[in-house]
Design a binder for this molecule. Structure first.
Ligand code: ATP
Length: 263
């Protein structure tokens, strides 16, 4: 049974005469969608999800492993199956964290059981707007969908497919980083949603925190996520035969060793 975190009031209009009496309390949920290549999933990802869950009372966060992320097409990734398995291991201790198969390989790209996925082409890439639309089909109209993302990825959001539509479909929760200002966040928006320079200029000296609510885009900033770790550094640590425990969950470390990933 899914816990409802908040409530909305709906008034039935089927019976105009009874309209005043027909007040229905309908539960709605705040849901998070967190996409990534997760190659591998690490403490930075989990810290972002935990902070978002607490601040926005998210009932569930779906960790969507990208089969073929469009922005990582030149780099060979570990197979989708290995990356998904590590996401499942890293999220199993947290009730609200759900590993999602929404971008599981259906076609040729990234499928197979070899330890590496092939670099993908544009036609096979997973686009977040498609994933968000598919996820929304399984939600109620009144549920609120939040898209979780780190500031480095958010900086390129204007280059994503149908970025304006993505902002229309969900609110964003962005893990900010020291050194970024509110103006940097505003300037990363797609051009049609971006405030005029004269408006965003005064924000250049304000750290990226709080909420940015504009016509067509709502961006909530989390400034409490401080895990300076990346999947790249972890893959390099494996090659250098360094311990991984400070970067990843114990189960994930064990999995990497057993499957001889990244070595
Ligand atoms: P790589 O080093 O291979 O580029 P990564 O560590 O950035 O990978 P991704 O799977 O590409 O991991 O990232 C998924 C999402 O998690 C992105 O939105 C990214 O900005 C965010 N993210 C990655 N690392 C961190 C971190 N240390 N703290 C907060 N967010 C992060």
């Amino acid at each position: 049974m899914v816990r409802a975190s908040s409530f909305a009031v709906c008034v039935s209009d089927h019976e105009p005469d009874a309209r005043a009496q027909m007040v229905v309390w309908e539960p709605f949920m705040n849901i998070g969608l967190f996409g990534g290549s997760f190659d591998p999933i690490h403490h930075g990802h989990v810290a972002l999800a935990r902070a978002a869950k607490e601040r926005f009372e998210l009932s569930r966060i779906y960790f969507v492993t990208a089969n073929a992320p469009p922005h990582k097409q030149r780099q060979p990734l570990a197979s989708y199956f290995h990356r998904y398995a590590m996401v499942a291991l890293a999220t199993m201790g947290e009730k609200a964290f759900v590993p999602s198969l929404l971008e599981a390989p259906g076609g040729a790209a990234g499928a197979g059981t070899s330890s590496k996925s092939r670099p993908t082409d544009q036609a096979n890439a997973n686009y977040s707007i498609d994933t968000v639309r598919r996820m929304k089909q399984s939600l109620k109209k009144i549920d609120r969908l939040f898209f979780l993302i780190g500031m480095d990825a958010f900086s390129d959001i204007a280059k994503w497919r149908e970025p304006e539509a993505l902002f229309r479909e969900c609110e964003f929760i962005v893990a900010s980083r020291p050194g970024y200002s509110l103006a940097d966040v505003a300037n990363a928006l797609p051009e049609s949603l971006r405030p005029a320079r004269a408006v965003s200029q005064p924000f250049a000296k304000q750290p990226a925190k709080g909420d940015l609510v504009l016509r067509g885009a709502t961006v909530h900033l989390l400034d409490s996520v401080h895990q300076p770790v990346s999947a790249t550094a972890i893959r390099e640590a494996v090659v250098a035969k360094k311990a991984l425990r400070k970067f990843v969950d114990a189960g994930v470390e064990e999995y990497i060793r057993k499957q001889a990933l990244y070595s």
